[in-house]
Structure formats: structure tokens, C-alpha cells
Ligand binder design. Structure first.
Ligand SMILES: *Cc1c(COP(=O)(O)O)cnc(C)c1O
Length: 494
């Protein structure tokens, strides 16, 4: 199966293999890679998948998209990525929280957030891609992070063959826990550096390195090339299709639905990767009816789904669901392409980069609205959902998940649609413990991570995830701080 760019308007586009798409990340015309066709799943396939454990479900789905990969290698990669050791209690457990609402807990991995679902397997896919394409140079992954992605990337890339990784975080722009998670990172091929400045300074520093040809050449002469771990890479998207299929299988197995029954999904959305993976699963034939796109106060997607106008020229809010504080949802481009074609997509993307906004054609919006509903929750509403979900359902959920639960409630009130619904739960409540404690109506004066974790434990009689607790007592390995202009020196220092 070939992959082509979302912006390729030629009549017979030249495709690349999945290994090349994963190695390159972004297409040369700055579009995103998409498979030329979406493989299909029928009832028989679903029945068979339902009998398999998560890692084998993952291998089956991934091999439908990554046709040039060796299936045995894929299976051994999936077995390692989703092992009991890395995901104690299962990779994607489904918890019924009442009223046919199921929380798909995607945060049982090493960094306690859903990015692990993709970043535990993607480095292995890249490592295979380098071998398959005969690449002799090493890949050096550069990441600028506002917190979660950096740690998830470090955990995913640590000790992977043929790849090393440098992570930059803004010195005062991450939480104490996030900083501890990164600076204590283990692995022989990882390096971490704080940058004096905010997230944009760190991000611009990394972009400047990618854009500087003399630095790329210098890297090549030293035997490596730069690559990114960014969520627009197909290697990060494909693994996310798996857990929607897996959730459907688990609903079948538990007797909650019969094969062929429709479900809805509701996803707390930032860059539109997670919810787009659910849409691909639907396109494959998984019986998903509606997709509810949940946003926080940065509700650019809610407005887009309702009006067809995508407008990033608006106030940016910092919220307690920071991983959704995004005004450019990059993977939306893939949906425009799938339903509207390359011409419309490249036109919209050009307007977005030139004017910060675009109006999508009515015909395209009609197609999008056949499946997608957009809702948003502000900070006050989110806090209320955290409290009510805990006191009324006995379920403790993080702010991102609660944005989704709040949006689902609004959708159900508007439509009376009570179809069984899978809600993507994207982070452990302990990852955002302070905001959770305050939302539960309790004081939390301390900024000390150990203290905050034990306060939430005592308050809710639950236990903080082991990896977060372990971080508290690990030695700090990386203490370096640099100015943005010194980032390239750090990248080349060995
Ligand atoms: C990254 C992230 C999201 C947003 O996912 P997208 O695929 O970018 O839409 C939501 N919640 C958490 C906790 C995240 O880390």
C-alpha cells in the first residue's frame, strides 16, 4: 500500500512506502502522508480479533496499513511495546462508568498519558523503517515539549537501535512533576536540556535547527540526520486506530453490545490525531456512528464543525487540560483530504498559513457533519464534571477526560442519543493531581509533587500510578540549562 501527500494535486500521485512515510514524517510539499486506500474490517475479522490479546490485535491492524513491514517483526515489536511490564493491568482497559458510558483508559503506560499508546511502538516502527530503507545514518530525534510529549518520547525512544533523542523543555514552563519525569530519564541514547524561555522559544529553537541546511549537513557528516517525534507522523497515528477496534471487541466480549451494533465515541481533542484515528476505524468498517469532538476553552474545532470557518486568530487560553491548548489542529488536514480531496485541502492549508483562517466548502462540511459533532467545556464546567463524576459515579478522572465527559453530556441533552459511548480517557488523574484536588473542593497549597500525590490518594482512597511515585525518588541525570541560541550546540555535543 502506498502513501501520498494530502496536498498532492497531480492526477496520478507518486506514492511512497509506509516505511518511507514513517521515516520522512512530513511530505516534501509539507502535506501529511495518507494511505491511498483504507483497508476494511468485516464482522468475521472483528470476531477473530476479539479472541486475541491487545498486542496481537495491534499487530493485525498495523499490518493492514504497514504492508511493507515484516509481520513477525511487527508482532515482536507489539509484544514488547504493550507488555504487562510497560502497561500493568492491560494496554487499553474499558471501564463502565454508568449510562452506557465507557471510559477507555489509555494512560496505563510508563508516563501515565495516552501518548504512550503511540510512542511506545512508533520508535520501533522507525527503527525498522531505517533498516528497510537501507539507511546507514542514525536518526537524532529533536523534541521541544511543553511537558507530556517530551517524557513520552524519551520513554519510547530510550535504548532503541539506530536512534537517539534530545529533548528541550522551557525552564519555567513545565510542572515540577513533569520536570522530574524528564530530568531523571534513564537510557543510554537520551539527553535532556532546559531552555531559558517559554515553550515557543524552545519550539522555535528546534524549528530553526530543522530549517538550517548547514546544520543538516554538519549532522550528515557526523553520521546522523534530524527527525521529529511529532504527532503528524503516520507512525504515531496508525497505532491509535487499534484501541478503538480493541474497545469494540471488548464491548462485544462483555455482552454490552452484539456484533454490528453501533457505538459512539467521544474524544478530548487537541491536534486531532486521536479522534482522527477513530474516524479511520469507522472508515474501515468498525460500527462507529457519531464522533463527538470535545474541546476546552480553546474551542477552535467546535466552531469549525458548527460553522465551517476555521479561525486560529483568537485568544489563547491556558487551561487545566493543557494538552488540548492548541489553536492549530494539524491532523484535521487528513480529514479534509479524506472527505474533500487534495485540491480543497491544499487551498485551505494555504489560507490557514497566510491568513490564519479558512472557510471550508459547504459540501465538505456536510460530509464532516454526517459523523462529527463539536462541543466544548470551559474551566468551570470541567471542574464541575470532575467533582460530579467522582461523587455521583465514583469515578476519578483527569481534566482532559472530564472535558470529554462534559461534552458528551451536552451532546446527549441536545440529541437524546443514548447509544453506548466510548470516551477516550487520556491521562491519569494523578498527572494533573493539583487541579483535580481543587476541583473536588479541597485546598492544595503545596507545590511539592510527593505531597500533592499523597493528598489525592488520601482524599479519594485511590493509589497513584507506580511510575509517578517512582519518579519522586530517582536521581536527577540532566541539569543543563541553555539559551535558545545555544540549543544547536547541545544537539551536537556528544
Ligand atoms: C495529546 C493529548 C490530548 C490531545 O490528543 P490529540 O491527538 O492531539 O487530539 C488529549 N489529552 C491528553 C492528556 C494528551 O496528552
Amino acid at each position: 500500500m502506498k502513501y501520498i501527500s494530502t496536498r498532492d494535486i497531480s492526477t496520478s500521485p507518486m506514492g511512497v512506502s509506509s516505511a518511507q512515510a514513517i521515516k520522512k514524517g512530513l511530505a516534501p510539499d509539507r502535506g501529511l502522508y495518507m494511505p491511498v486506500e483504507i483497508p476494511t474490517l468485516n464482522n468475521e475479522d472483528l470476531e477473530k480479533l476479539a479472541t486475541l490479546p491487545y498486542e496481537k490485535r495491534a499487530c493485525e491492524i498495523l499490518s493492514m496499513f504497514l504492508c511493507d513491514y515484516d509481520k513477525e517483526q511487527l508482532l515482536s515489536d507489539c509484544i514488547e511495546a504493550y507488555s504487562e511490564e510497560r502497561f500493568p493491568g492491560g494496554a487499553a482497559p474499558l471501564v463502565h462508568i454508568g449510562d452506557s458510558v465507557y471510559s477507555l483508559e489509555l494512560w496505563h503506560g510508563p508516563t501515565c498519558a495516552f501518548k504512550d499508546m503511540a510512542l511506545q511502538i512508533m520508535p520501533r516502527l522507525l527503527s525498522s523503517a531505517l533498516k528497510m530503507t537501507g539507511e546507514e545514518k542514525k536518526a537524532r530525534i529533536l523534541v521541544a515539549t511543553s511537558g507530556d510529549t517530551g517524557k513520552a518520547a524519551l520513554e519510547g525512544y530510550k535504548d532503541v537501535d539506530g536512534i537517539d533523542i534530545c529533548v528541550f523543555f522551557p525552564v519555567d514552563g513545565v510542572s515540577t512533576m513533569q520536570k522530574m519525569q524528564m530530568t531523571t530519564q534513564e537510557g543510554d541514547n537520551v539527553r535532556v536540556c532546559a531552555v531559558r524561555g517559554n515553550f515557543d522559544d524552545a519550539q522555535n529553537g528546534v524549528k530553526a535547527i530543522f530549517a538550517d541546511n548547514s546544520l543538516s549537513e554538519k549532522a550528515l557528516s557526523r553520521g546522523f540526520f534530524f527527525s521529529s517525534a511529532n504527532s503528524i507522523n503516520w507512525g504515531r497515528l496508525a497505532p491509535q486506530i487499534v484501541y478503538y477496534v480493541s474497545a469494540y471487541c471488548d464491548l462485544m466480549k462483555s455482552g454490552a453490545i452484539s456484533i454490528g451494533d453501533k457505538i459512539n465515541v467521544c474524544v478530548p481533542t487537541g491536534n486531532f490525531g486521536n479522534i482522527f484515528a477513530a474516524y479511520i476505524a469507522k472508515t474501515m468498517g468498525l460500527p462507529i456512528d457519531k464522533l463527538i469532538c470535545a474541546s476546552n476553552a480553546n474551542c477552535v474545532l467546535t466552531d469549525f464543525i458548527r460553522t465551517g470557518l476555521y479561525d486560529r486568530t483568537r485568544t489563547f487560553y491556558k487551561t487545566m487540560s493543557p494538552s488540548m491548548d492548541i489553536l492549530i489542529s494539524s491532523n484535521l488536514e487528513r480529514l479534509l483530504y479524506l472527505l474533500g480531496g487534495a485540491e480543497v485541502t491544499s487551498d485551505c492549508m494555504q489560507k490557514l498559513s497566510e491568513c490564519g483562517k479558512y472557510q471550508a466548502p459547504d459540501a465538505l462540511m456536510a460530509k464532516i457533519r454526517e459523523s462529527f459533532y463539536g462541543y466544548s467545556c470551559n474551566e468551570e464546567e470541567t471542574a464541575e464534571v470532575i467533582l460530579n463524576t467522582y461523587t455521583e459515579k465514583g469515578y476519578l478522572a483527569d481534566p482532559h477526560t472530564c472535558v470529554a465527559l462534559g461534552c458528551l453530556e451536552k451532546y446527549r441533552n441536545d440529541t437524546n442519543d443514548t447509544t453506548p459511548t466510548v470516551v477516550a480517557s487520556t491521562a491519569s488523574p494523578y498527572k494533573f493531581a493539583k487541579d483535580v484536588i481543587i476541583s473536588l473542593g479541597k485546598a492544595c497549597d503545596s507545590d511539592e509533587p510527593g505531597m500533592i500525590l499523597s493528598t489525592l490518594e488520601d482524599l479519594t482512597d485511590t493509589t497513584a500510578p507506580a511510575p509517578l511515585k517512582a519518579t519522586l525518588s530517582m536521581p536527577v541525570r540532566f541539569k543543563e540549562v541553555c539559551d535558545p541560541c545555544e540549543m544547536s550546540d547541545f544537539v551536537f555535543a556528544e
